[in-house]
Design a protein around this ligand. Structure first.
Ligand SMILES: Nc1ncnc2c1ncn2[C@@H]1O[C@H](COP(=O)(O)OP(=O)(O)OP(=O)(O)O)[C@@H](O)[C@H]1O
Ligand SMILES: [Mg+2]
Length: 307
């Protein structure tokens, strides 16, 4: 048996196996990057359930022509510098893995511009930059991911039906839009705008933009300030229930999370109010000191470890 070091593109494809499970995972990573770039407007535009194209455009800080190639290198990040930073993560990303992973299983076109440099445009195939040139653009970044899994056909076979994948993407964009009512999110599917949130920092207005007015009358504001923890959001009265947990959305420090601990806490809170199998609608953000959660317990960062 000979042991050898794997080449970079294979390493990236293996990492993509962890991080990029389906088209919605790409949407998640790109939206998180746009949020970390301080964007106030983010548009997600998908074609054929994200399998043909996923386009995310933001008005964030953008990247310079020098930084852009670095963004596609593994373990290259602008978000943490040392071990200390790792234990008080305030950004959504920090692993420096998402873009090289996505690039290794798709074709990418990216255009970016910072406030004081000229725009730059690059094309990548299977993780390699094949063309890069200056181009005109407003401040921010537009990234178009096409032909997902074109070079990993087995992966493609494991995907759900196009309707299933679209639903995953829809849920993903909803979650981030509700996590960040201060940012205006637009979601466009097959050239049709599905929703556009106002970005006015009102959770109720954001919710109305996504689900319509009917929900609102059955939702109660929750606001609790403890000594180190605080809880804020909306929870439904027993008149508004569902039969699954799809509309139970939790954030920890505004990062969407799915953890059994919070579902259990919710079940406990509603005990005696609902008949079995009825599930309340909940959108709740738990704020805790950054150093008291470890977001680094899962490559997709969605099951963070609470104390
Ligand atoms: N939309 C964007 N606007 C500005 N800079 C961006 C954008 N997307 C990516 N970048 C830059 O590219 C770098 C690499 O992005 P990538 O998503 O691969 O890693 P990360 O966000 O640092 O960590 P993670 O792998 O945990 O997401 C980021 O650190 C950031 O500096
Ligand atoms: Mg990232």
């Amino acid at each position: 048996m000979t042991i050898r070091l794997l080449d970079e593109s294979l390493i990236n494809q293996i990492a993509a196996g962890e991080v990029i499970e389906r088209p919605a995972s790409i949407v998640k990573e790109l939206v998180e990057n746009s949020l970390d770039a301080g964007s106030t407007r983010i548009t997600v535009n998908i074609g054929n359930s994200g399998l043909d194209t996923i386009e995310v455009e933001d008005n964030g800080t953008g990247m310079t022509g020098d930084d852009l190639p670095l963004a596609f290198l593994r373990h290259a990040t602008s978000k943490i510098k040392n071990e200390l930073d790792l234990f008080k993560i305030r950004s959504m990303g920090f692993r420096g893995e998402a873009l090289p992973s996505i690039a290794s299983v798709s074709r990418i076109q990216i255009i970016s511009r910072t406030e004081d440099t000229e725009g730059v445009c690059a094309f990548l195939e299977a993780g390699q930059i094949i063309k890069m040139e200056p181009c005109a653009h407003t401040r921010g970044t537009r990234i178009v991911v096409s032909d997902l899994f074109y070079n990993t056909p087995v992966r493609k076979k494991f995907l759900k039906s196009p309707v299933g994948e679209s639903r995953h993407i829809y849920d993903m964009v909803c979650r981030y839009a509700l996590a960040r009512p201060d940012v205006s999110f637009s979601f466009v599917n097959e050239k049709k705008t599905v929703f556009k949130t106002p970005g006015n920092n009102s959770l109720r207005d954001t919710l109305t933009a996504i689900y319509g007015r009917d929900y609102l009358q059955h939702l109660v504001d929750i606001r609790h300030q403890g000594s180190t923890l605080s809880l804020a959001g909306l929870v439904s009265t027993p008149e508004l229930t569902r039969t699954n947990r799809r509309n139970q959305i939790f954030f920890v420090n505004r990062r969407p999370v799915r953890t059994p601990l919070l579902f259990r806490a919710l079940d406990e809170g509603y005990k005696g109010l609902l008949i079995s199998r009825q599930q309340p609608v909940v959108i709740l953000n738990l704020s805790v000191p950054a150093e008291s959660v470890d977001v680094n317990v899962h490559p997709q960062k969605n099951g963070n470890s609470l104390p």
